[in-house]
Design a protein around this ligand. Structure first.
Ligand code: ATP
Ligand code: MG
Ligand code: MG
Length: 549
C-alpha cells in the first residue's frame, strides 16, 4: 500500500485527537434531505463521512434533514438507505431532524427569552429590504423591538396555527449591519400549513435549515460536521446559535462539492429530467445517481475508489467523467467474466466443416483471475454469427479482419480464411463463406499460421437472443449546468437499443449484479428489468476510452 498524505479534514481530526478534544471521540453524520435520489456527489460525502468514522474508530449517523415537508417523501428515504448500504457503509443511528422539532421549538423559545429572536409580521419583500444589500446596512422592521412577552405569545400562536403561511416568521436578532448577510437577522422559523411525511399535521411551523442543522449536530454530539463550500458564510450563524443556546459545540468544516463533466448534479435538475421524461426514472442508467450507476453496472468498489482518487479539496473543481469510467474499467477488467455477443449480426458459413456437427469448445471465465475462475462450454458449428463490420467487401490495407483472401482467428476456435460471400437482391452482403484450418484449434494449434486479427462469434443454431442497451453521455456540453437552460444540450441519442442481439448460450444464466465483458464490445450487466424470457443487458462502459477529445 502506498502511503497517502492526509487530507485537510483528516489533519483537523488528528489535531483534535492529539489535543484530546471531545475525549478523542469522532462522530460524523451524513445529512441528506429526502427530496431525491442520491447521486455521485453524495457518494463523495458518504465516503468522506463514513470513511472518517471508520478510520478514526468513530461512528457516523445517518440523519434525514427533513425540515421541508413540501418536497420530501418516504420513497426517497428508502432509496437513500438502500444506496448507502450498497456503497458498503452502515450508520450508527438512523435519525430525523423532524424528531427534534420539539427540542428545536424549545431552543427557539430560549432565544426569545434571551432577547435574541423576534416574531416579524413583515412580508417577504419587506424582510428582504430590511436586510439591506452587501454594500448598504439593513434597517430594522417595526417588529424588531417587540417585547419578550409578545414574542413568546406570538410564537406560540404561530405554532398553534393561528396565522396563515407567510403571515409571520421568527427571526434571530443579531446585527442588521453585519458584513455577513447571513447574520442580518436570519429567519429561524416559517409557517407552512403542510402535511409532513413523518410528523403528519402536528406542526405548521418548520425550522429553517440554519436553525435546524447545527442544533441537530449538537443534539447528536457530532464532533465534525462536514458540508460543502457554499455553507462557509453560514458558519458564523452555526456558531452563534450554539454559543447563545449554550449547547454541545459541534464544529462545521467545508469541502469542495463534486462537479463532474457531461452531467448535472443537483437533485432539482435530476428531478426535472425524470418528470419531463428525458430519462425513464431516477435509476435510469444514464443518470449520475447511485441507483442509475448501479443499474448501469458500476460496482460499489469502483465508486469508492473514484471517491478516493478525487480526494478532498478546499476549492471547487470539475472532475472529468472519464476518471469514473477508468475506475469501473479497472474493476471490471479484474472481475468480469468474458463472454461473446454479436450486436449487428451477419452469417459466416464454414464451407469445409461438416454440416450439423457440433463441437464443444471451452473458454476461460476470467483470464485476469488466478485459476481463471473456471470456464464455460462454447458450441461451435459451421453456421456462425459474426459482427457485420468484421467483414468488408473491399477491405483496405491493414484491415485485419475478413474479406476475400483474408484470415482471422475465431476466438477460442479456429483460424478461418474467407473465400466468398453472398449478396441479397438489394446488394447487401448476407453471408460470408470461409474455410477453417483443422490444425489451428486454439490451445493445440500446429498449423504454423499467424493471423493478426481475432474476432468473436456465436454458433447460429445455439445463439440466444437479448436486448442490448448502449449508452452515450446524456449531455453534449461539458458543463450543462452553466448554460441558461441545462436541457438545451441534452444528447437525443444517449440511448441506443438493439432489440435482437445474439449472445452465447451460457449468458442465458447471467447473474444479476455481475459484470460481463462481451469480448471487443465492452462491459455489460443485466438490466433490472431483464427476465429469463426477455434478457436485457446494459453496457456499463466500453473497453477503451473512445471519447473524442
Ligand atoms: P443537491 O444540490 O443535489 O440537492 P444538496 O446538498 O441539497 O444537493 P443534500 O441531500 O442536502 O443535497 O446533501 C446531503 C449531503 O451531501 C450534504 O452534506 C451535502 O453537502 C452533500 N453533497 C450534496 N451534493 C454534493 C456534491 N456534489 N459533492 C459532494 N457532496 C455533496
Ligand atoms: Mg442540503
Ligand atoms: Mg438541495
Amino acid at each position: 500500500e502506498e502511503e497517502k498524505s492526509l487530507n485537510f479534514i483528516e489533519e483537523i481530526i488528528e489535531e483534535d485527537l492529539r489535543k484530546g478534544t471531545h475525549d478523542g471521540r469522532v462522530l460524523t453524520r451524513f445529512p441528506p434531505e429526502p427530496n431525491g435520489y442520491l447521486h455521485i456527489g453524495h457518494a463523495k460525502s458518504i465516503c468522506l463521512n463514513f470513511g472518517l468514522g471508520q478510520k478514526y474508530n468513530g461512528l457516523t449517523n445517518l440523519r434525514f434533514d427533513d425540515t421541508n415537508p413540501v418536497t420530501e417523501d418516504a420513497e426517497y428515504v428508502e432509496s437513500i438507505k438502500r444506496d448507502i448500504q450498497w456503497l458498503g457503509f452502515q450508520w450508527a443511528q438512523e435519525l430525523y431532524t423532524s424528531d427534534y422539532f420539539d427540542t428545536l421549538y424549545q431552543y427557539a423559545v430560549d432565544l426569545i427569552k434571551k432577547g435574541l429572536a423576534y416574531v416579524d409580521d413583515s412580508t417577504a419583500e419587506e424582510i428582504a429590504a430590511s436586510k439591506g444589500t452587501p454594500t448598504e446596512p439593513g434597517m430594522p422592521t417595526p417588529y424588531r423591538s417587540r417585547s419578550v412577552e409578545d414574542n413568546l405569545r406570538l410564537f406560540q400562536q404561530m405554532r398553534e396555527g393561528k396565522y396563515k403561511d407567510g403571515e409571520k416568521v421568527l427571526r434571530a436578532k443579531i446585527d442588521l449591519a453585519n458584513p455577513n448577510m447571513h447574520l442580518r437577522d436570519p429567519l429561524l422559523y416559517r409557517i407552512r400549513h403542510v402535511y409532513h411525511h413523518r410528523t403528519g399535521d402536528k406542526w405548521c411551523i418548520y425550522p429553517m435549515y440554519d436553525f435546524a442543522h447545527g442544533q441537530s449536530d449538537s443534539i447528536e454530539k457530532i464532533t465534525h460536521s462536514i458540508c460543502t463550500l457554499e455553507f462557509i458564510p453560514h458558519r458564523p450563524l452555526y456558531d452563534w446559535c450554539i454559543e447563545k443556546l449554550e449547547i454541545f459545540p459541534s464544529k462545521q468544516y467545508e469541502f469542495a462539492r463534486l462537479n463532474m463533466t457531461y452531467t448535472v448534479m443537483s437533485k432539482r435538475k435530476l428531478l426535472q429530467l425524470v418528470n419531463e421524461k428525458f430519462v425513464e426514472s431516477w435509476d435510469d442508467p444514464r443518470m449520475p445517481t447511485i441507483s442509475g450507476l448501479r443499474r448501469r453496472g458500476y460496482t460499489a468498489a469502483s465508486i469508492r475508489n473514484f471517491c478516493d482518487k478525487i480526494g478532498v479539496q478546499k476549492r471547487e473543481n470539475m472532475i472529468d467523467v472519464s476518471l469514473l469510467e477508468f475506475c469501473i474499467r479497472e474493476d471490471l477488467n479484474k472481475t468480469a467474466w468474458r463472454r461473446m455477443a454479436v450486436l449487428d449480426p451477419i452469417k459466416l458459413v464454414i464451407t469445409n466443416y461438416p454440416e450439423g456437427q457440433v463441437e464443444e469448445l471451452t473458454g476461460e471465465n476470467n483470464p485476469e483471475a488466478e485459476g481463471g475462475e473456471g470456464s464455460r462450454r462454447i458450441p461451435f458449428t459451421n453456421q456462425l454469427w459474426i459482427e457485420r463490420d468484421d467483414f468488408m467487401e473491399e477491405p483496405p490495407k491493414k484491415f485485419f479482419r475478413l474479406g476475400v483472401g483474408l484470415s482471422v482467428r475465431l476466438k477460442h476456435a479456429y483460424i478461418v480464411e474467407c473465400h466468398d460471400f453472398v449478396k441479397d437482391a438489394d446488394g447487401k452482403v448476407i453471408e460470408v463463406h470461409c474455410n477453417y484450418i483443422p490444425t489451428s484449434k486454439s490451445g493445440e494449434d500446429t498449423s504454423g499460421l499467424k493471423v493478426k486479427g481475432t474476432i468473436h462469434w456465436i454458433s447460429a443454431p445455439h445463439a440466444k437472443e437479448a436486448e442490448v442497451r448502449l449508452y452515450d453521455r446524456l449531455f453534449h456540453d461539458e458543463n450543462p449546468a452553466a448554460a441558461d437552460d441545462f436541457k438545451s444540450s441534452i444528447n437525443p441519442d444517449s440511448l441506443q437499443i438493439i432489440n435482437k442481439a445474439y449472445i452465447e448460450p451460457d449468458l442465458a444464466r447471467a447473474q444479476a449484479g455481475k459484470g460481463y465483458q462481451f469480448i471487443r464490445l465492452g462491459y455489460f450487466t443485466l438490466d433490472t428489468k431483464s427476465s429469463p424470457d426477455h434478457l436485457v443487458f446494459n453496457r456499463t462502459v466500453t473497453l477503451k476510452d473512445s471519447w473524442a477529445k
